[in-house]
Design a protein around this ligand. Structure first.
Ligand SMILES: [Zn+2]
Length: 271
C-alpha cells in the first residue's frame, strides 16, 4: 500500500477567547496555532494540506472594514514561519484547501507551480461572496492567486470511495493514501484528509473542532461562536461522527488546525 510521510507545521498564530473555545472555560486568551501539513508522496511529490498565515493577511486587513477581522483575531506571523520558507516551493506539486478561511490559504500565492484542490462547495462559496464583505465569512480574496478560481481542481472530480463511519470521500490519487472527507459545519465545504502515513493512519480535520476535548470530553465551543460558523447543526453532527471514528479507531490521531494537542506535533520552523 502506498504511504506518505507527514510533517506537521505551523505558520503564525492568533488568539481566541478561552470561553469561546470551550463553554465554561475562563476568558483567558488561548493561543491558536495555524497548523498545516507537509505530505511527502512517493510518486506525486510534495502536497500541502493548508498553508497557514502569511504577511498577506496583515496587508489584506489594513483597512476598514477588513480591519475588524484583524482586530478580532490578533494575528502574529514571522517571515521565517511562512510556508514557503519551511518547504521549497519548487518541490510542492499539490495544495489542498481544507476550506477557504484566511488562516488556511495564506500561502497559496507562494506555490505557483502547484495544483490547488478544494471542494465544489468551497468554490461555490468563493463565487457567492462579494469582495467587500467576504471578510465577515473569514474569506479574503486577495490571498488567492489571480487564476485560482479557474485552475483549482475539485475533490469531487477524483475517485469516490466510501467509509463506514465517515461516509463518501474522495481518493485524491486513487491509491488510498490521501482521502478527503466532508466535515461540514464550521465552514462551507470543509474537508478533512485521512492519510496513510509510514507511521500509520492520521486524520487531518482542520477546524472540525478547536480542541480534542470536544471529541473526548464533550467540551464544545460556546454557542456565541455560532456567528463565526456556517451551520451549527452540521457542526454538531460532524463532531458526533468524529467521536464515533475516534472510539472505533482510538490509535488514529485527529489533527485539528488550532488544537493544543496537535500543536505538540509541530516541527518548529527553525528545526
Ligand atoms: Zn476556519
Amino acid at each position: 500500500m502506498t504511504q506518505v510521510q507527514l510533517t506537521i507545521r505551523s505558520s503564525g498564530h492568533c488568539f481566541a477567547e478561552g470561553h469561546h473555545v470551550m463553554k465554561g472555560a475562563p476568558k483567558t486568551p488561548v493561543r491558536f496555532e495555524a497548523i498545516w501539513a507537509e505530505i511527502d508522496h512517493p510518486t506525486q511529490g510534495k502536497i500541502l494540506y493548508d498553508t497557514g498565515y502569511t504577511w498577506r493577511f496583515l496587508d489584506a486587513t489594513q483597512r476598514f472594514p477588513q480591519r475588524i477581522y484583524a482586530e478580532l483575531t490578533k494575528v502574529s506571523i514571522l517571515p521565517e514561519e511562512e510556508a514557503h520558507r519551511q518547504v521549497d516551493p519548487a518541490q510542492v506539486k499539490h495544495l489542498i484547501c481544507s476550506h477557504i478561511h484566511a488562516d488556511h490559504v495564506g500561502g497559496l500565492r507562494d506555490f505557483p507551480g502547484a495544483t490547488s484542490w478544494a471542494s465544489e462547495e468551497c468554490l461555490a462559496q468563493f463565487d457567492r461572496l462579494p469582495n467587500w464583505r467576504s471578510w465577515a465569512r473569514g474569506v479574503l480574496k486577495s490571498l488567492f492567486p489571480d487564476d485560482w478560481r479557474e485552475t483549482c481542481q475539485t475533490f469531487e472530480s477524483t475517485t469516490q470511495v466510501s467509509h463506514d463511519i465517515l461516509g463518501q470521500g474522495y481518493d485524491l490519487f486513487a491509491d488510498g493514501c490521501v482521502v478527503l472527507f466532508p466535515l461540514p459545519g464550521h465552514a462551507a465545504g470543509q474537508h478533512g484528509a485521512l492519510l496513510q502515513t509510514t507511521e500509520g493512519p492520521v486524520f487531518l480535520v482542520a477546524d472540525a473542532f478547536w480542541d480534542i476535548r470536544a471529541v473526548t470530553e464533550g467540551l464544545v465551543p460556546n454557542p456565541i461562536v455560532r456567528i463565526f460558523f456556517e451551520d451549527m447543526k452540521a457542526y454538531a453532527q460532524t463532531l458526533a461522527m468524529l467521536k464515533e471514528f475516534h472510539e472505533t479507531h482510538p490509535d488514529v490521531p485527529l489533527v485539528a488546525t488550532h488544537c493544543p494537542q496537535a500543536a505538540k506535533r509541530i516541527t518548529p520552523h527553525n528545526a
